[in-house]
Write a protein that binds this ligand. Sequence first.
Ligand code: GLN
Length: 655
Amino acid sequence: MTLQYLLLFSCILIVHPFSLPSHQVKLGGGSTIHNKRCRPLRTSSHLPPKLEHLVQDTLDSDRKIVVVTGGVLSGIGKGVTASSMGVLFRAMGYRVTALKIDPYLNVDAGTMSPFEHGEVFVLDDGGETDLDLGNYERFLSVSLTKDSNLSTGKIYQSVIERERVGEYLGKTVQVVPHISDAIQEWILKVAQTPVSRFSKVANDNDDAKDEPPEVCIVELGGTLGDIESMPFVEALRQLQENLGYKNLCFAHVSLVPSLGDPAEQKTKPTQHSVKSMMQLGLRPDFLCCRGKEQLEPSTVSKLSLFTSVPKGAIVSLHDVSNIYRVPLMMIEQNVHSMLAQRLRLGPYEKGVDYSMVEDLTQIEESVVIKDWKKLADSVDEPESECVIGIVGKYIEQGDAYLSVVKALTHASIATKQRLRIEWIEASSLCKDDDGDDAENVSDETAWDRLKLCDGVVVPGGFGSRGMEGKIQTIQYLRENKVPFLGICLGMQATVIEYCRNVVGIKKAHSAEFFDDLVKDEEDAVIFMPEGDRTRLGGTMRLGVRETVLLEGSIARKMYGSEKVMERHRHRYEVNPALVSRLESAGLQFVGRNTDESGQRMEVCELSESTHPYFVASQYHPEFTSRPELPNPLFLGLLQTCKKTAAAKSKATVAN
Ligand code: GLN
């Protein structure tokens, strides 16, 4: 044999995967990793270096991925299922992160209407995302990043950008492998991005430190089989092969409706949904069945027979009294132990069907689950009721103010009150000079309903519809000493109202709605100098900024600290030139921020001696509220409502 042949032969020995002992895997980069199972079909030599590196890092760090898919219909509860699984991992002591895949073409949710898509959730880093990310942050107690929301638009944009700079030079760029590889890279990158357990709001404790996660929950939006989610499905199939079976599992959320009298649980929709999932090359490890009642044993057997999912791994996610019961319901069905077994986390019993494992992990006594039980119980056993009015523009779309509702819920749980929300369309509250409804006459009960509220929130918003109604609402709340929290546009309306009715600038308004305000002083709210009027996507003042709170203020008392970090999403701000006049008239700007373009007004309030609770913030406090850690401004509102309601009922008894 010539020297050349010898060299070639030894090279083959080094790089060919079959030439290694069965428990070792060779990745193209040259290092050897130990992995008990055979390497996946798609050998490493076919992976582009970036992806290969990420796969290796995931394997080296023993990081696990749980993919949650949905079938039959949208809005079935994939988000809650996925975040509840996250709670189980947290309770087992793992640091968890999440990724939401939205197969639409928008690059992010920033330009989407709340009417169509519900609220835009804002992250610490200014990412404008799908509202599901809010659910993840609240359940997992983590602060996520922009990249935790992936859309078709984002992935195509990144691949096209790479193509333009010549990264794929000479190649035809295709959905498979280029888009599918980019999706896998994205998922693995998010899975390794350090996360803090709480937003920076929690300040300097250990949980606020960023560390790489151990588990990543990936939720695939939409319903399996949708045309637009195909590249993601294919990427997930390949990812399982690249990482190996033990490192990635699938949980499929489906519907089991009950029909007839007596009601019979129907398995066909789920059977079909699993069949189409399998046709796409994905096999569910867990079947999470949504329905009114708990799954009957006969339903479980039938589902198992037709889908090949082991009986134990068919999870009944029936209706419960409140959302906090979902992780508890999963624990009762031993989902945590099954997940741990399936993903070889903790003690692993070789050869045992993962769905037959005993409760290995005993998480019921963990702090996380104890807290969760307390939360669930206090929702079901309130001491009193509290009616909070939400006066806004997107009232018909229940999800448009989701985080505001959640933040109110957290504060109501903490103050042991049952929360009842009175939804009031702002444009129905607008009276013109003759006292007639000016903008909208459709809801004559609006003022009556407002007057029955214990407290009111005027949340953020865009556009002029309902603005006058909001301003008049705030005047009523101020004059009648009704507890009030204004958020973003709600704070801007507060300042306009005060300028008009207390300071005496009758035509005060916001530059958002009137470009031709006559005098500067009528510009109570101005366009921020660094804004961009032409490009609307991602150009607002976005994300977390520091606010310094004044000693002795209500806000400072509620937060208990001088500096707080809260999230923003706005283009306009209070006109700093008017601040001294407003302050001498009684509206105090107790929270300010100093950034590149000078001082920004962040929180304003009336003193406690003037009004029980009249607070408004330019930032959005709702985004950082957590079930275990309600946002202080919402807590202040609900505490005041409880106090004033108790005082009112005492007065009625005395009469
Ligand atoms: N439209 C206002 C602005 O851009 C308020 C925005 C909001 O409420 N999020 O400043």
